[in-house]
Write a protein that binds this ligand. Sequence first.
Ligand SMILES: Nc1ncnc2c1ncn2[C@@H]1O[C@H](COP(=O)(O)OP(=O)(O)O)[C@@H](O)[C@H]1O
Ligand code: SF4
Ligand SMILES: [Mg+2]
Length: 396
Amino acid sequence: MNAAPATSIVAAEGVARHYRLARTSLFGPRRHLTALRGVDLAVPPGDRVGVVGESGSGKSTLARILLGLERPDEGRVTYGGQDLARAAERDLAGLRRDVQIVFQDPMGSLDPRLTVADIVREPLRALRIETDHDARLAELLDAVRLGPEAASRYPHEFSGGQRQRIAIARALAPRPRVLVADEPVSALDVSVRAQILNLLADLRDAYDLALVLISHDLAVVRHVCDRVLVMHLGEVVEEGPTERLFTDPQHPYTRALLQAIPTIGGGLPAAPLAADDPPSPTELPVGCAYASRCPHVFDRCHAERPPLAGPSERDAGIDTAAQRAACHLAFSGALPPFDRQAAAAGRHATAPEGRPATAPEGRPATPPEGRPATPPEGAPATPPEGGPATPPEQDR
Ligand SMILES: Nc1ncnc2c1ncn2[C@@H]1O[C@H](COP(=O)(O)OP(=O)(O)O)[C@@H](O)[C@H]1O
Ligand code: SF4
Ligand SMILES: [Mg+2]
C-alpha cells in the first residue's frame, strides 16, 4: 500500500472489496467475489485521472468506495488525509461535499417527479449549504449550457445528452473539488458523447476541478485526462501519464485495450481482445491474473503475482507521476515493440462496441486543438439551448 500524499482531496489506499455471494446449495461453501484488491488512487487538487478497464474490472466499485457509498474490506479512503471510516458523523457531510459523482444513466439517476430546478438545488438543501439557491441554479444551468427555461421542465422532456448536463449541474451544485464521472458518455450517441466530454473538459478548467473519469474506452479518457489507471479484475495493472500509456504501454492488457479501440474511416480494424479465458473473480490465481489471456506468459507468471512497479522506483523511491505496470516483463525490453501505428489510429476514436466514430457534416473527427468533435449548434444531436426535448430515439 502506498500512503497517499496528505494534500490529496480524496485517496484510496490499499483498498480491497470482497462481495459475499449466495451459496449455490444449502451446505455448499460460502463464496466471495473479489471486486478490488490492493488499489491505490490519490487525487490531488486539479488532477485529471482516467480509470479504464473492461466491464467487471472494478471501476464502479472503486467509484462507490471513493464516494463513501461503500466501505472497503481492506485499506482505507481518506478525504484531505482524514480516514473516512473514522470521521465523526457531524464532519461527514462537509467532507462528502468535496467529492460528487455523475453516473452513466442520466435518466436513472434523476428523479422523474422533480423539475430541473429542484434536482439541481437538492444537494444544496441536503448539505445545508447557505447560498442563494436560485442564483446558484442559474449559474449552473448556464455553466452546463442549458438555458434558464430548463429550470421548470422535467427530466423526461430532455434528450439523453441534456439529461447528462442536468446530472452534471446537480453534481457541481455543492462546489465539489473532485467530480467522479462513471461512464458518463457510454449511454449517449457518439456525437453527443463528444459534446459532454468537451463540457467536462471546460468545467474542469473553469472550476479547477479534479476529475476521475471512468470509462471502458481508453479513447474517451485520452482527451480529458492527464494520467490513466488501467484496471483488470480488480487490480490496477498499469498507470502513468496518458501519452506514455498510449505510446509506450508496458502491460500486455493495456496493449490489448489500445488495439481494441475502433478506428475512423475503416483504416485499421479494431483488434478484439485476445481469445479469452479470464479467471473467475471468485477464484483468482496465485500469480498474474492476466496469465490465462496473455500472449507473453511464462512460468514465473503462474507462480508470482507481479507488483505494480516502474523503473524509477528502483532508483529514487515512488514517483506517482511515473509510469508503473504490474507485469514481470514491464520495462525490461523483453516485450516486443508496441504497434504504435495501431495506437495512433485509435487516437481520435470515441466509439466503443465496434462502432466507428462519426464526424458530423464532414468535419474532421477531432478539431485542431485535439478535442473531440462537437456538432455545430442546432445540429440534430443538440436541441436548442434549454429547448424542448429531442425525441430520445434521435439522441441515443
Ligand atoms: N453488490 C455486488 N455483489 C456481488 N458482486 C458485485 C456487486 N457489485 C459488483 N460486483 C462484481 O464486482 C465486480 C466488479 O464490478 P464493477 O465494479 O461494477 O465493475 P465495472 O464497473 O468495471 O464494470 C464484477 O465481477 C461484479 O459482478
Ligand atoms: S506477468 Fe506474465 S502473464 Fe502477466 S502480463 Fe506480464 S507477461 Fe503476461
Ligand atoms: Mg461500471
